[in-house]
Design a protein around this ligand. Structure first.
Ligand code: ADP
Ligand code: MG
Length: 338
């Protein structure tokens, strides 16, 4: 009888010890983190579920993009290329250059990273001049604008004119989102929302277990970025999206609005009824470059371009009198849940 009691006690103790070992050794649920700050002259908000706070890794990724691609950072690779120094470019610049070539070709030259001298001349670059340019001045600058003046050989970007300068601002933010997302993936984060100045890469769900919700901003003139209203809300568990618009960076000269998007084919800042272009694609750098191309092309040509691209969709907001109209590519509703 006594022996039976001992056996039952032994079994019970083993069960308790087993349960304790199981609870202790079981993988702990990952926590959600949020890192915020400023980068590339804008904000970033990175939310993710991960094994630890990854702020340092996130900031390192964005710094690496700045060190490679910012024309406002005098020691970046792109600034050194602009000064015609001998530079061996890294993988990041190669990836961005290849994508830039592709979007340049598909947009009939509307997106072009050799636009820097025009961006500077119109007062949106790293040199500051905001005076109107004459036709002759523009014509002479246009003679060295265009990606055909540039080629990649091994790790060297070869210019056929030393006056060529590069501006990757229209693709760098999107690329930085991709790089941060890649770092989060590598660190084992199953769920994240990367937002750098409105360019987005997201996957999975939020802390409440719901798909992420993001907004498309209503493009109302707002250079201070304080009055933003939401035009539409997107609910998604997998998305790379970028928005370009002329409602944040512009100035007035003699009553005329000068936007920061320049048509590299004419040399002039664009001035048409397309107020903002939101693009989704397989990568955020692709979406970012295509969104800028749309701002150059205007609504009609943008839709034509996007309809020829696989896995790309766009949502355009167009001014019509005092109101705004939405024009979407035919696959938008299929690719994006609103
Ligand atoms: P945002 O800064 O609003 O996200 P974009 O991604 O469209 O907008 O980037 C705009 C910037 O890209 C401009 O400030 C300028 O530096 C550069 N840029 C202007 N026009 C072009 C163009 N046609 N192709 C490539 N880059 C451009
Ligand atoms: Mg862009």
């Amino acid at each position: 009888m006594i022996e039976r009691r001992y056996i039952i006690l032994g079994v019970a103790m083993a069960a308790v010890i087993g349960a304790v070992v199981w609870v202790v050794s079981r993988p702990q649920p990952l926590s959600y983190y949020c890192n915020r700050g400023e980068v590339f002259g804008t904000y970033y908000t990175i939310r993710y579920q991960g094994p630890e706070d990854l702020n340092e890794a996130v900031v390192a990724q964005m710094q690496a993009v700045d060190d490679a691609l910012s024309m406002f950072n005098p020691s970046s690779l792109i600034s050194r290329i602009n000064r015609n120094e001998e530079v061996c470019i890294n993988n990041d610049v190669v990836r961005v250059f290849r994508m830039s070539e592709w979007v340049n070709a598909r947009s009939q030259g509307a997106f072009d990273i050799t636009v820097a001298p025009l961006v500077n001349a119109w007062g949106f670059g790293y040199t500051h001049s905001q005076q109107a340019l004459s036709h002759d001045q523009l014509d002479s600058i246009l003679s060295f604008i265009g990606m055909t003046h540039l080629r990649l050989e091994n790790r060297n970007l070869i210019k056929d004119d030393s006056r060529i300068q590069l501006d990757a601002s229209a693709i760098a933010k999107g690329f930085a989102c991709d790089k941060v997302a890649e770092a989060l993936e590598q660190a084992g984060c199953p769920n994240y929302l990367v937002d750098i100045g409105g360019e987005i890469v997201l996957k999975g769900h939020n802390q409440q277990g719901q798909p992420w919700r993001i907004g498309i901003t209503r493009p109302e003139d707002d250079s201070t970025c304080t009055q933003q209203q939401i035009q539409a809300v997107i609910v998604s568990d997998s998305l790379a999206m970028a928005t370009s618009g002329n409602y944040r960076r512009y100035y007035y000269e003699g009553g005329e609005k000068r936007s920061h998007t320049i048509d590299p084919r004419t040399g002039y800042p664009v001035n048409h009824s397309l107020l903002s272009a939101t693009v989704v694609a397989e990568s955020c750098m692709k979406a970012d470059a295509i969104a800028t191309a749309c701002m150059v092309l205007g609504a009609k040509e943008s839709i034509q371009m996007v309809e020829t691209m696989e896995n790309v969709a766009c949502y355009l907001i167009v001014a019509q009198g005092d109101s705004m109209n939405v024009v979407k590519s035919s696959n938008w509703d299929k690719m994006v849940k609103i």
